[in-house]
Ligand binder design. Structure first.
Ligand SMILES: C[S@@+](CC[C@H](N)C(=O)[O-])C[C@H]1O[C@@H](n2cnc3c(N)ncnc32)[C@H](O)[C@@H]1O
Length: 246
């Protein structure tokens, strides 16, 4: 579904139908998905420029243009990246793409078992050195409380590490469109989507120190081009932020 929203070719009729249903309720779904991807790229570029050399991309999705390792390497040619996803189709595509690449790995695993994921990547990544943990457009697909899982990640990484995330916000449409959108996701292979409040989303960062500008609508996080606040182009349904472990 996400691949279709990004304009990719690796999707099925059922994905396209689900997105057509979704956009009937949330017309901005496709621009928001693209804004999400653009945020991921800006955040990786910012952190690589700031000296982060290791990236753990959880729920990485199908490889597309501007993958994390490509962006990170522009600033830091020796950056190491591990992609993690539980979808076998993603795994097949990622392995095919990454076969020739050094310093990049793909792990087929469930991020709801973070200790197992960390054990698997340990050695390829040096967990005694800072890591950027990316949880971008993934936690709203976790139906149970992701708090304990994110806490395991926060505690495992070294000082100077970062947590980067985007998350759908609940209760913002002010009508029944949010429920209609949830119905579309419930009927899809994602198994469902859950918006959360800004307070709940902020709590995922624990005691990490916010990177400016904090948790903001996705298009407003260190934009490459000026953003006209309130111009109505993107509704504030998806928030983005990054924070650093002290
Ligand atoms: C919307 S895509 C996000 C891709 C990428 N993070 C981005 O923002 O561009 C969500 C991805 O998370 C993966 N995913 C969902 N639940 C997962 C889980 N429990 N463990 C690992 N991957 C998961 C899905 O297979 C999908 O590829």
């Amino acid at each position: 579904m996400y691949d279709y929203m990004l304009g990719g070719k690796d999707n099925y009729a059922v994905d396209r139908q689900a997105i057509d249903q979704l956009t009937a309720h949330i017309p901005a779904a496709v621009p928001l998905a693209r804004a999400n991807r653009a945020f991921l790229q800006r955040a990786v570029r910012h952190l690589a420029d700031a000296g982060v050399r290791q990236f753990l991309d959880l729920g990485s999705g199908l490889p597309t243009q501007g993958n994390v390792h490509e962006i990170a390497r522009e600033a830091c040619p020796d950056a190491k990246v591990v992609y993690v996803d539980h979808d076998p189709v993603v795994a097949a595509h990622a392995r095919a793409l990454l076969e020739e690449e050094g310093r990049v790995a793909f792990v087929e695993a469930d991020l709801l078992r973070p200790a197992d994921v960390l054990a698997e990547v340990d050695g390829f990544l040096d967990l005694d050195e800072p890591v950027a943990v990316l949880l971008v457009s993934i936690l709203h697909f976790v139906q149970e409380d992701p708090g304990p899982m994110v806490k395991v990640l926060r505690e495992a990484v070294a000082p100077g590490s970062h947590l980067v995330l985007t998350h759908a916000v609940s209760g913002l449409t002010g009508d029944d469109r949010e429920e209609a959108a949830k119905d579309v996701y419930r009927g899809s292979s994602t198994g469902g989507a859950t918006g959360r409040t800004l307070t709940e989303i902020t709590a995922f960062f624990g005691d990490f120190e916010p990177v400016e500008p904090g948790l903001v609508p996705v298009g407003q996080w260190r934009p490459d081009t000026p953003v006209l606040v309130g111009d109505g182009s993107l509704p504030d349904y998806l928030y983005a932020g990054a924070a650093r472990k002290p």
